[in-house]
Ligand binder design. Structure first.
Ligand SMILES: C[S@@+](CC[C@H](N)C(=O)[O-])C[C@H]1O[C@@H](n2cnc3c(N)ncnc32)[C@H](O)[C@@H]1O
Length: 231
């Protein structure tokens, strides 16, 4: 599984950002900005963006404040190499690592972020829970986990329309621009089976987080979840 996902990101890395912007009509950019805005009142210190990919969120976080050090972690070298070229991440820290076994001590980070990657950590519910527990472990008490991810729109008709778009547009358009059939087949498979906001909130609580707060984005096509590790 890990090797297959790494192969996909190796294939799509050169065109990853462009295809994302096209498929989401640019909303991914707005939603990352929104995620960064929610961090403005949080304490600074050591922040980590996991599954950072080409580093768009890590870059925006690093540029948003002077009192934070941002570490970008991913298990795909071709994706992370693109992150390293980003302006504003010159002083950034990078780690080639797997979120299932984070190479950090307990209680290390003040904030952990993840964007559009939690779906990748959901081959099954146990795997997802283990990853969330791992994030909780390396957060300091009082530290915050921020999750930006696609969600499930509420009215059933909109959900069906959303899934139809994913099935009929994502695969061919992704393939057209990236040349990767497997990559966008995988993507179109992960979105419809991800959780609605309330279900994901339950995962966070079970993983040991408190004070979970969800913000729906664009009729719940996506959502930001904030969750606190108890003191
Ligand atoms: C869809 S991309 C998201 C990239 C970026 N966060 C964004 O907002 O565009 C998913 C990323 O998660 C990484 N990834 C998937 N599973 C991982 C794991 N177990 N450990 C570390 N990185 C992982 C992939 O290599 C890929 O770069």
């Amino acid at each position: 599984m890990k090797k297959a996902v790494q192969k996909i990101y190796q294939e799509v890395a050169p065109t990853y950002e462009l295809v994302n912007h096209i498929l989401t009509w640019g909303f991914d950019i707005r939603w990352r900005k929104r995620a960064v805005k929610t961090t403005s009142a949080m304490r600074g210190g050591l922040w980590m963006d996991v599954c950072s990919g080409t580093g768009e969120l890590a870059q925006a976080l690093a540029r948003s404040r002077d009192d934070v050090q941002v570490l970008a972690l991913d298990f795909s070298l071709p994706m992370l190499e693109r992150a390293r070229e980003k302006k504003g991440l010159e002083q950034g820290l990078f780690s080639l690592g797997d979120v299932t076994r984070l190479p950090f001590a307990d209680n290390t980070f003040d904030l952990i972020t993840i964007s559009f990657a939690t779906r990748n950590l959901n081959p099954n519910p146990d795997y997802l829970s283990a990853c969330l527990r791992e994030f909780c472990r390396v957060l300091k008490p009082g530290g915050i986990f921020l999750n930006l991810e696609t969600s499930q729109p509420q009215p059933p008709w909109l959900r069906r329309l959303f899934h139809l778009y994913i099935r009929t547009v994502v695969k061919p358009v992704g393939y057209l621009f990236s040349g990767s059939k497997a990559g966008y087949k995988y993507l179109s498979h992960t979105i419809p089976r991800f959780y609605a906001s309330g279900e994901f909130t339950s995962f966070l609580r079970e993983a040991g987080f408190d004070q979970v707060r969800a913000t729906p984005l664009l009729l719940s096509i996506a959502a930001i979840h904030l969750a606190v590790k108890s003191e």
